[in-house]
Design a binder for this molecule. Structure first.
Ligand SMILES: [Fe+2]
Ligand SMILES: [Fe+2]
Length: 196
């Protein structure tokens, strides 16, 4: 394989960096496949539920689809727990970072905050505050995140729900993660600024 000449970046030439840019572009093009592969590995994720983490993810996406949600919401629902293995203490932010370049700000925001909003359904059972989401009650995306959690995420632990398999969602994963990243269309300008 062709390689750069340098051993420290400061010594790199224009040819070196053109080569690396080309290889990085090829790597980016492989993202949809890597997303699907990472989702598959959720099959062996956190236990204790009646469904695996992969089944939970597929069911969350299936419910979004059944609600008539658009492709950005469906793919967000599919990947929202992708960080379970590598970022178990901030998995929502992990998934948000993955999808942020490809979808509008509202969708990224809901993925990023779903961990906090999900606490509404269980934190009180552990003697903790379930209303942490109230911090964002005036935020323009608050209702979208409540809806994401209420209708799709918190409900998707049911082994009897007609959940679609991963290959059903593969074309949508391919479409979203092949978009021009940070394009002005799908990514609203709010995404480039701190929003709460
Ligand atoms: Fe989650
Ligand atoms: Fe979830």
């Amino acid at each position: 394989m062709e390689r750069v000449q340098f051993t420290a970046m400061i010594d790199g030439s224009p040819d070196d960096y053109r080569l690396l840019e080309e290889m990085e572009q090829q790597h980016v093009e492989g993202l949809p496949e890597r997303i699907l592969s990472a989702l598959t590995s959720l099959e062996n994720g956190i236990g204790g539920y009646q469904v695996t983490r992969l089944e939970h993810s597929l069911q969350t996406a299936s419910r979004a689809e059944d609600d008539g949600a658009d492709i950005e919401w469906v793919v967000a629902a599919l990947i929202h727990d992708l960080g379970d293995d590598l970022a178990p203490l901030n998995h929502a932010q992990f998934a948000a970072a993955v999808i942020r370049p490809y979808v509008r700000a509202e969708v990224t925001w809901a993925v990023e905050h779903h961990g906090l909003f999900q606490r509404f359904y269980y934190a009180h059972h552990l003697g903790q505050d379930r209303n942490g989401r109230a911090l964002y009650q005036d935020h323009p995306y608050y209702d979208a995140c409540v809806n994401f959690c209420e209708r799709w995420d918190q409900a998707s632990f049911d082994p009897s729900y007609p959940t679609r398999p991963l290959n059903h969602f593969a074309p949508k994963v391919l479409e979203v993660f092949s978009r021009p990243p940070f394009d002005a269309g799908p990514v609203a300008d709010l995404d480039s600024k701190p929003v709460c």
